[in-house]
Design a binder for this molecule. Structure first.
Ligand code: AMP
Ligand code: MN
Ligand code: MN
Length: 340
C-alpha cells in the first residue's frame, strides 16, 4: 500500500498531467464538497487548465458567496459531457452511488482522483486519497496543494477555509484537530477571508429561514430518557416560510444542542412519502453505524439516510435503531466525558 506522501504525489501528477477536468461531489451538496470543487477549479485555472464543475443537486442559497459558485452546473441541466475531458475528480463522496445523476455523465476509462474523509470510502478512483482522520475534504485538498507546490490563489484559500470551518461546525465538532486549526490559520495568511465566510455561512439568514429555525426548535422533543432529541420539518413548515429543503443545511445540528442529549435526530419530510433523516452525535457515539443499519451512511458524528414512510413511521424505525446503537455503546460516552 502506498504511503500518504506517495498518494499525494500521485494526486499532484494526475492534476499536472491532464488539461480538462470534470469535478463533482455528493448529493445534497454541502459546503465541504462545493468549496472543495471551487478551490480545486481555481488551482487548476492558475495552472492554465480547465475545470467543469457538475453536481447532482442544487446548492444552498448561502453558498452563492463562495468565489466561483456561479460556474457550477447541475447534472440535470447538462445534456452533453464537456468535450476533451482528460480526468475526473470526485470530492467528499464515499462511493459512486452518492453521485446521483452525475454518475451517468462520467465517461469510463478516464483517470479518476477520489479525495474524501468518509470512513467507508470504497476507493473507487485511480488515485484514492481517503483519510477519515482528516477534518474535511478541503483539508485533504490543502495537503495535495502543498505537497505538490501547486498555486493557491486567495479565492481558493477562501473556499478551503469555508469547507474546513463548515465541516468542523465552526471548530466545535470532534474533528477540530490541531491540524485543522493550523491549516485554517495558514489559509488566512494566504488570503482567505474569514469574516466573509463567517458572515455568509452563519449570519445571513433570510427572515423565513430564521422563523423556520424557531418553528423547528418548537418541534423538539426528547426520547429514551433524555438521551435522544428529535426535531421535525414538514413540507407545510417549509411552505409557510417559503424556504426550500436545500436551505435547511445546519438545522440538523439543532436537536443535539439540548443539554445531555447524545443523539440528535432531524426528520425532514420530502415529497412522495419519503423522509430525510439526519443523525448527529457527540464523541464516541457512532451515528454512522446507526445510519448504515437503516441503509445510509456518513461519519461517526454526522450521518444520514432517506427512508420511505410517514414521519411517525420513520420516527419509530429510527428511534428503535438509535436505542439499539446506544445500548451497544452503553455508558461509554458518559464515562469518557466524566474522565474529560
Ligand atoms: P446530512 O444529515 O444529510 O447532513 O448528512 C450527514 C453526513 O452523512 C454527510 O457526510 C453525508 O454525506 C452523509 N450521508 C447523508 N445521507 C447519506 C446516505 N443516504 N448515504 C450515505 N451517506 C449519507
Ligand atoms: Mn459532505
Ligand atoms: Mn466533508
Amino acid at each position: 500500500m502506498k504511503s500518504q506522501q506517495g498518494i499525494l504525489e500521485a494526486a499532484g501528477e494526475l492534476l499536472r498531467q491532464h488539461h480538462v477536468f470534470l469535478i463533482s461531489s455528493h448529493l445534497r451538496l454541502d459546503c465541504d464538497g462545493l468549496a472543495g470543487e471551487l478551490a480545486l477549479a481555481h488551482v487548476l485555472e492558475a495552472l492554465g487548465k480547465q475545470a467543469h464543475i457538475v453536481n447532482p443537486g442544487p446548492m444552498a442559497r448561502v453558498f452563492r458567496f463562495l468565489p466561483g459558485s456561479e460556474r457550477v452546473m447541475l447534472a440535470s441541466d447538462t445534456s452533453e459531457r464537456p468535450s476533451d475531458l482528460g480526468a475526473l475528480v470526485i470530492l467528499d463522496c464515499p462511493d459512486l452511488s452518492r453521485l446521483g445523476d452525475v454518475a451517468a455523465l462520467l465517461p469510463g476509462g478516464l483517470p479518476l482522483l477520489n479525495v474524501d474523509h468518509h470512513p467507508d470510502n470504497t476507493s473507487f478512483g485511480t488515485v484514492n486519497l481517503a483519510d477519515a482522520g482528516a477534518s474535511s475534504t478541503c483539508e485533504l485538498l490543502w495537503r495535495v496543494i502543498r505537497a505538490n507546490r501547486l498555486p493557491l490563489p486567495p479565492e481558493a484559500a477562501t473556499n478551503l477555509y469555508a469547507g474546513i470551518l463548515s465541516d468542523t461546525g465552526r471548530f466545535c465538532f470532534s474533528n477540530t484537530t490541531a491540524e485543522a486549526l493550523s491549516v485554517a490559520a495558514q489559509l488566512v495568511r494566504l488570503g482567505a477571508d474569514p469574516l466573509a465566510v463567517g458572515h455568509h455561512l452563519y449570519e445571513d439568514f433570510l427572515l423565513g429561514q430564521l422563523r423556520l429555525w424557531a418553528d423547528v426548535v418548537g418541534t423538539i422533543d426528547v426520547a429514551l430518557a433524555g438521551r435522544v432529541a428529535v426535531a421535525v420539518i414538514t413540507q407545510g413548515m417549509l411552505g409557510r416560510q417559503s424556504v426550500s429543503g436545500e436551505d435547511t443545511q445546519d438545522f440538523a445540528e439543532v436537536p443535539r444542542m439540548v443539554s445531555g442529549v447524545e443523539v440528535g435526530v432531524l426528520l425532514r419530510e420530502l415529497s412522495e412519502g419519503r423522509v430525510k433523516v439526519s443523525l448527529r452525535s457527540r464523541g464516541p457515539v457512532d451515528v454512522n453505524v446507526m445510519a448504515a443499519r437503516l441503509g445510509g451512511g456518513g461519519h461517526q458524528n454526522a450521518a444520514g439516510v432517506v427512508l420511505s414512510g410517514t414521519l411517525s413511521e420513520v420516527r419509530r424505525r429510527v428511534l428503535a435503531v438509535v436505542e439499539e446503537g446506544l445500548a451497544g455503546s452503553a455508558g461509554s460516552g458518559r464515562e469518557k466525558e466524566a474522565r474529560g
